[in-house]
Design a protein around this ligand. Structure first.
Ligand SMILES: Cc1cc2nc3c(=O)[nH]c(=O)nc-3n(C[C@H](O)[C@H](O)[C@H](O)COP(=O)(O)OP(=O)(O)OC[C@H]3O[C@@H](n4cnc5c(N)ncnc54)[C@H](O)[C@@H]3O)c2cc1C
Length: 524
């Protein structure tokens, strides 16, 4: 029998196996001949007070070894005449939908416009070093989707939407460390994600599924309120039964295609702002009360939120020990986002600071593209202001708040380079004023945050989709087209790797239920 033991200790003690064993013995009043077997169940840091604590939950078994944390999911080979589901997009949503299809005995056929993870890496290098953007292969497009070269943060607020534990267990099964099952804020890291994505691909192929790279959905043929065929790369026409559309928030050509075909779309609120970068040591100093370079503590993170003029302004996708990356998908725009390696050991720390944008901020509030057009306009303005390359406009943080152009900068991790611009002139007043006030508020919450030793990079604009593809909340079917399942971030139903993966899994469950009346399979 296993029991759970909860206590707090210092960061040093939490890494000391001998201390933990003594603590278990003492708390459970074990006799000397009894052997405790124990492992971490949950781990979180409480850095609110000067005396930093680790909240520990251990699983303990006395005299018998602990059973494995979870039983692996078994992906059986598909039958030759298995039913088929077509999936467009090999991001977390598309890949987890494909895995779930195999668990249901349905054959997934996946089309991905970008390249496989390895080939994709070369395009990222060209983008960073030579400013050459491949519109089909970049930080957003390619195997693994936008999540592949990311921080790989795996926490989600949308726990009610589905089985978070299943997503984490599958990630461990495909190579992630078990730590992601334990940590309050788990993450994987850019250096580990590609192998994991490759392992998922291998599993899909071994079971009999298909994945086609450099295969872009270019048209849909609609008849009788159903999509009858899809067109790939402007040529091959493929008959389909059901189509899962998992194309992510940056597939603007998909929004255009659907609109052209008179498929219902709606405008969706999203968030936009800047990415701010401090040094990690500086953030550690604030968050850990001056306790710098502590080998027992991970690089510190932060999560900030405030209300300005009845609108939320908040930190988004904070990357401790991270790098700011060029995340544009078209040539005449710039976009920033952040990633970090598994050890989070870069000297910088960055985070998006974004303002909620509502369709009602604009005159034509019901136009499905009203928020998308605004997002595009800001990205293009930034591209123009920084010299029409992949350099981004930047300003020191205090200068941003003071509306002053910066004359010198600390170093920035953004490799394509930065150009000094007064960002007040880029953003409309309703965005700039809220960002400005938010930085002042954040300085109250994290004294020292507002400093000219930090650099603001613009824009942070791909936070979520600015367009919604409406679907029935119960069946996930598009409100007009019964065999179209718009899912995850691109359709407006997820924000982040885990919630996208959950939506992928759930969409397959809806399809299996619709096709065969099947319930979710047990693990084996
Ligand atoms: C640099 C960066 C860092 C991030 N860090 C994190 C993080 O730490 N944690 C987190 O939770 N989230 C992070 N995100 C966000 C996360 O990556 C997304 O929320 C997630 O990937 C969304 O999954 P998805 O499957 O819905 O879409 P996507 O991952 O966007 O995948 C969509 C896929 O569809 C493909 N596609 C698009 N159009 C077509 C077409 N016409 N035909 C065929 N294929 C098409 C694309 O190439 C892409 O591969 C980050 C994003 C970026 C860019």
């Amino acid at each position: 029998m296993t029991t759970q033991l909860q206590f707090t200790c210092t960061p040093e003690e939490a890494q000391d196996a001998l201390y933990l064993e003594q603590k278990v013995r003492q708390e459970l009043r074990l006799k000397p001949h009894q052997t405790p077997y124990f492992r971490w169940k949950k781990r979180s840091i409480d850095a609110r007070q000067r005396q930093i604590k680790i909240n520990v939950t251990l699983e303990v078994s006395i005299d018998t070894e602990l059973t494995p944390r979870f039983q692996s999911y078994e992906f059986k080979s598909l039958a030759t005449k298995a039913q088929v589901v077509h999936i467009v997009g090999a991001g977390p949503a598309g890949l987890f939908a494909a895995l779930q299809a195999i668990l249901f005995g349905i054959k997934p056929i996946v089309y991905e416009r970008g390249k496989d993870v390895r080939a994709r890496r070369r395009d990222l290098a060209k983008l960073t070093k030579e400013h050459v953007l491949n519109p089909e292969s970049n930080y957003c497009f390619g195997e693994g989707g936008a999540g592949t070269y990311s921080d790989g943060k795996l926490y989600t607020r949308s726990k009610k939407r589905g089985d978070v534990q299943k997503v984490l267990e599958l990630l461990v099964q495909f190579g992630a460390k078990e730590d992601i099952l334990i940590d309050a804020h788990p993450h994987i890291g850019t250096n580990k994600l590609p192998q994991l994505i490759e392992a998922i691909r291998e599993q899909i192929l071994i079971a009999g599924g298909e994945i086609h790279f450099e295969s872009k959905l270019t048209d849909i043929i609609i008849d009788n309120n159903r999509i009858q065929q899809i067109e790939i790369n402007n040529s091959a026409k493929i008959n389909i039964d059901n189509l899962i559309l998992a194309t992510g928030h940056s597939a603007r050509d998909i929004f255009d295609l659907l609109h052209r075909k008179q498929v219902a779309l709606k405008p969706k609120p999203f968030a936009l702002g800047v990415r701010v970068e401090h040094t990690q040591a500086y953030i550690d100093g604030i968050q850990y009360h001056g306790r710098l370079h502590d080998e027992y503590l991970p690089p510190a993170s932060y999560s900030l939120v405030t209300q300005v003029d009845n609108r939320g302004v908040y930190s988004f996708c904070m990357c401790p020990g991270g790098i700011i990356a060029p995340c544009a998908t078209e040539t005449q725009e710039v976009v920033t986002n952040g990633w970090s390696p598994s050890k989070r050991n870069n000297i910088y720390s960055n985070s998006g600071i974004v303002v909620g944008i509502e369709p009602s901020d604009f005159e034509n509030a019901t136009d499905p593209f009203v928020c998308l057009d605004f997002q595009k306009e800001i990205e293009r303005r930034c591209w123009e202001a920084a010299g029409k390359t992949q350099k981004v406009p930047a300003q020191c943080l205090k200068d941003f708040v003071d509306g002053k152009i910066s004359t010198s900068f600390p170093r920035s991790s953004y490799q394509p380079g930065i150009v000094s611009v007064n960002l007040k002139e880029i953003f409309p007043a309703f965005v700039y004023k809220r960002l400005r006030q938010a930085f002042i508020d954040f300085n109250q919450k994290m004294p020292g945050f507002l400093t000219n030793d930090a650099v603001v990079h613009a824009p942070e604009s791909r936070t979520s989709s600015p367009v919604l593809i409406p679907r029935d909340p119960l069946t996930f079917q598009h409100i007009q087209l019964a065999n179209l399942y718009p899912i995850a971030e691109g359709a407006g139903y997820a924000g982040g790797i885990v919630s996208a993966a959950i939506d992928g899994i759930n969409s397959l469950e809806k399809i299996a239920l619709e096709k065969n009346g099947a319930e979710a399979p047990k693990k084996h």
